[in-house]
Design a protein around this ligand. Structure first.
Ligand code: PMP
Length: 284
């Protein structure tokens, strides 16, 4: 494990933040979850870009230039020393008083952790997983734009709880128009008649870096892909379904709200993309 806090690498005991930190008090902050494959940081430039975009959109001035942050992350991975791992990068408004006003926060807190990642069991990839639709909706862009990767995950967490209560590990979240948005911490895709489809950014999603990678792999594999509007009907009648995320990678979904998807096993296109993804990251 490696810890970096406000400009320097620290021991675990020193990797602590104030109880007055607005990231903790109000969820006022942003984060990234980044994978390390074969000793290299996967899609670092994309994560850095999303991190600085998130910061800009919430008027959070990060205390470090992107190039210096990249260097620190590379150094963190070197110190961590293993080939496979995960980076959690977080910036908060920093310690302030008990009021909401970010102007009362003297300086942002920026830290990252480099650690191992607990992967889903192999069974999930081999057999696929069931999901349910959650009643907790993804927040609309005029409330809190889902493109900002903020520390406010409570509605996603409540959707996750609903999934667990239904005996599933993941839930599909709809937007306020009832269209499919994404899962609680993953994007979602379907395949119908050989065509790949995923909710478009305007449906209220986080623009996942794994999602983008899958769309690029689809082009390379000659699979037609569309970013579009999907409803639950599209999920129920899909030939294949899967979700994507930095932690989960590509996980086949074989049941949605009790409806069996396709043959009830991971589909051909899903497997093709999973293989291409594995090849790309050069691991496992
Ligand atoms: N949607 C949400 C809500 C997420 O939190 C995440 C990240 N875990 C994703 C999608 C997937 O994004 P990425 O592929 O960049 O990890």
């Amino acid at each position: 494990m490696t810890f970096y806090l406000n400009g320097r690498f620290v021991a675990r005991e020193e990797a602590v933040v104030s109880v007055y930190d607005h990231g903790l008090l109000y969820g006022d902050g942003i984060f990234e979850g980044i994978r390390i494959y074969a000793g290299k940081i996967f899609r670092l430039a994309e994560h850095i870009r999303r991190f600085y975009d998130s910061a800009k959109s919430i008027l959070l001035e990060l205390p470090i230039e992107p190039e210096a942050l990249e260097e620190a992350l590379q150094e963190g991975v070197k110190r961590y020393g293993k080939d496979e791992g995960y980076i959690r990068l977080v910036a908060t408004r920093g310690p302030g008083d008990l009021g909401l006003d970010p102007a009362k926060c003297a300086a942002p807190t920026l830290f990252f952790i480099v650690d191992t990642i607990s992967l889903y069991p192999e069974k999930f990839y081999r057999e696929g997983i069931p999901v349910v639709t959650a009643s907790s909706r993804r927040l609309p862009a005029d409330g809190l734009d889902p493109r900002v990767k903020t520390l406010n995950y409570l509605n996603n967490i409540m959707a996750k709880v609903e999934a667990k209560q239904a005996g599933c590990i993941e839930a599909v979240m709809l937007n306020n128009r009832g269209e499919v948005a994404e899962c609680t911490a993953d994007n979602i895709f379907i395949v119908r008649d050989g065509i790949l489809a995923t909710p478009a950014p305007h449906c209220g999603i986080l623009q996942g870096i794994t999602r983008q990678t899958v769309l690029e792999l689809a082009v390379a594999e000659g699979i037609a892909a569309r970013e579009t509007v999907l409803t639950r009907f599209d999920l129920y009648t899909a030939d294949e379904c899967f979700m994507t995320g930095s932690g989960a990678e590509i996980v086949p979904v074989v049941r949605v709200d009790g409806r069996t998807i396709g043959s009830g096993l991971p589909g051909e296109v899903t497997e093709k993309l999973r293989l291409a993804f594995k090849k790309l990251v050069g691991s496992r």
